[in-house]
Design a protein around this ligand. Structure first.
Ligand SMILES: Nc1nc2c(c(=O)[nH]1)N[C@H]1C(S)=C(S)[C@@H](COP(=O)(O)O)O[C@H]1N2
Ligand SMILES: [Mo]
Length: 259
């Protein structure tokens, strides 16, 4: 989907009235029902629904023999944060993923709890906007599984990912200084959208986002938020941080980074 189409879709999706039927969303317990509800004509106008065609498409997956020997690191390779250093020193035993915002059942998960949930493994190509690509094998929990457990409320539209790494070069833990990203709910429930804890059958290395990073395979590298700490379900992106839905977006990058 090109940027123009994308903008039209977002406008239409934002403007479409939510019928009472979606209010039952918080009671949904299984991801298929939740997924179906999202895609149903009840959720979006028919025009918006038509514009969604293509958003179901799967990103290409590759064979084991195509996996790169080394998955290079980009951006932060080691968060400059006292909190992160102590979590790492404890092998992430004290790390918890917070999941909150517009959900019926806010939750927190330890790494062991996430690893006990259903998982998906996918060999995909990571494309950085700087012009390099690398193929890697990711294993993680599908985000739609966590979302259906949490029960998004009717006003939910976007999922915001808050990371551990401060981007201002200081270690002040100033609120708002860390890397962040966001995707919409349609992207969030895509089967290849996972929270990955393993790369190439090993625990996710620190340079690639340990203990947990987002994989949203139909978009560019900067959407793949590393060092996840908190996930917030929200109605609008404008009130969040710089208002453009991501650290790089606030500095001018496109929010929808479709490949
Ligand atoms: N928290 C965090 N996530 C991030 C970044 C970052 O600096 N911090 N860089 C982004 C960019 S531009 C790319 S290309 C990928 C790089 O992922 P890698 O280090 O596993 O190659 O992570 C993305 N996610
Ligand atoms: Mo990137």
């Amino acid at each position: 989907m090109n940027t123009l189409t994308r903008r039209r879709f977002l406008r239409l999706a934002a403007g479409s009235a939510l019928p009472g039927a979606l209010a039952g969303c918080d009671r949904l317990a299984d991801s298929e029902a939740f997924n179906g509800r999202l895609r149903s004509a009840q959720f979006l106008s028919r025009r918006a629904q038509a514009l969604l065609t293509g958003r179901d498409a799967m990103a290409q997956e590759f064979g084991e023999d195509e996996i790169a020997a080394e998955f290079r690191s980009n951006g932060t390779a080691m968060p400059d944060s006292q909190l992160y250093r102590s979590l790492l020193a404890g092998q992430f035993r004290d790390w918890r993923l917070q999941l909150g915002g517009l959900v019926a059942r806010p939750a927190q998960y330890s790494l062991a709890e996430l690893q006990a949930l259903p998982s998906r493994t996918q060999i995909t190509r990571h494309d950085c906007v700087e012009g390099w690509s690398v193929i890697g094998k990711w294993t993680g929990v599908p985000l739609r599984h966590l979302l259906s457990r949490a029960g998004p409320l009717p006003a939910a539209r976007y999922v915001v990912f808050h990371c551990a790494d401060p981007m201002d070069g200081s270690d002040l833990q100033a609120p708002g200084s860390t890397y962040y990203e966001s995707i919409d709910l349609v992207e969030a429930v895509h089967p290849q959208t996972i929270l990955a804890y393993a790369l190439n059958d090993e625990a996710l290395p620190v340079k690639n986002g340990a203990p947990l990073r987002l994989r949203v395979e139909r978009q560019l590298g900067y959407k793949q938020a590393k060092y996840l700490m908190r996930i917030d379900v929200v109605a609008r992106l404008e009130p969040v941080r710089g208002g453009k839905g991501g650290y790089w977006e606030d500095l001018g990058y496109e929010w929808y980074a479709g490949i």
